[in-house]
Design a binder for this molecule. Structure first.
Ligand code: GDP
Length: 216
């Protein structure tokens, strides 16, 4: 794949996904430990990324609703939040990682919770791994990719905040990411290029995720 490759969808698929994501989303559960995870029902799509990567903004942008909590205190929430998107998908907001001020104990707790979640959810069909386009992949993102390889969970890199960088800088970060993804067996081959501010890439990301809808 080249840096210019993008996943493309028919207009009808884009429209169907727009409707699906506009159809209303409902809070299901917040789980701070494994025994608090809700039962599996629908296919799950999870969202992961470093604190402040724009995860809440992206989830809210995808569903056109202010449901995911944006927090001024990165790293504060250590809960997995579950939302139902109609009767089609469960969207799963994983706690952000990599915030410098989080203690070692908390990072270890994140690892334990996420590792068991990733391994124990057969209906989890994809993790959107959000990367801030300005910063590219950090060592901790590589660690998380390895964790997902080990759990054999497919993950898709989603570049966020692309309105904040120039086109050449975006091309450079795409090349870097595509090279870094090669050894990762579970990486989805298409990177989603998004901006919540301009709306770039959201229709295509919705369409890609909508293809996974259904019972777990
Ligand atoms: P989270 O901690 O990963 O949930 O990140 P948030 O969604 O709270 O976003 C962190 C900051 O990035 C906020 O100030 C957002 O307004 C900003 N942000 C998020 N997405 C975008 C985007 O696409 N473009 C720009 N320019 N800013 C964004």
């Amino acid at each position: 794949m080249t840096a210019a490759a993008a996943e493309s969808f028919e207009a009808a698929a884009i429209e169907a996904a727009r409707r699906l994501f506009a159809g209303g989303v409902q809070f299901v559960a917040a789980a701070g430990s494994l025994d608090a995870l809700p039962p599996m029902g629908l296919t799950e799509i999870a969202f992961a990324g470093r604190s402040n990567v724009g995860k809440s903004s992206l989830i809210n942008g995808l569903v056109n609703q202010g449901i995911a909590r944006t927090s001024n205190t990165p790293g504060r929430t250590q809960e997995i939040i579950f939302f139902w998107l109609g009767d089609a998908l469960t969207l799963v907001d994983l706690p952000g990682y990599g915030y410098a001020k989080v203690s070692k104990d908390k990072s270890a707790a994140w690892n334990t919770l996420i590792r068991s979640y990733l391994r124990g959810r057969p209906g989890l069909r994809r993790v959107c791994l959000l990367i801030d386009a300005r910063h590219g992949l950090k060592p901790i993102d590589h660690d998380v990719m390895t964790l997902m390889d080990e759990a054999a969970v497919v993950y898709q890199v989603v570049l966020t905040k692309t309105d904040k960088i120039t086109a050449p800088a975006l091309a450079t970060v795409m090349t870097e990411i595509e090279a870094a993804m090669r050894p990762h067996t579970a990486a989805y081959p298409f990177v989603a290029v998004t901006s919540v501010r301009s709306g770039l890439g959201l229709p295509e990301l919705r369409a890609g995720l909508a293809t996974l809808a259904g019972p777990a």
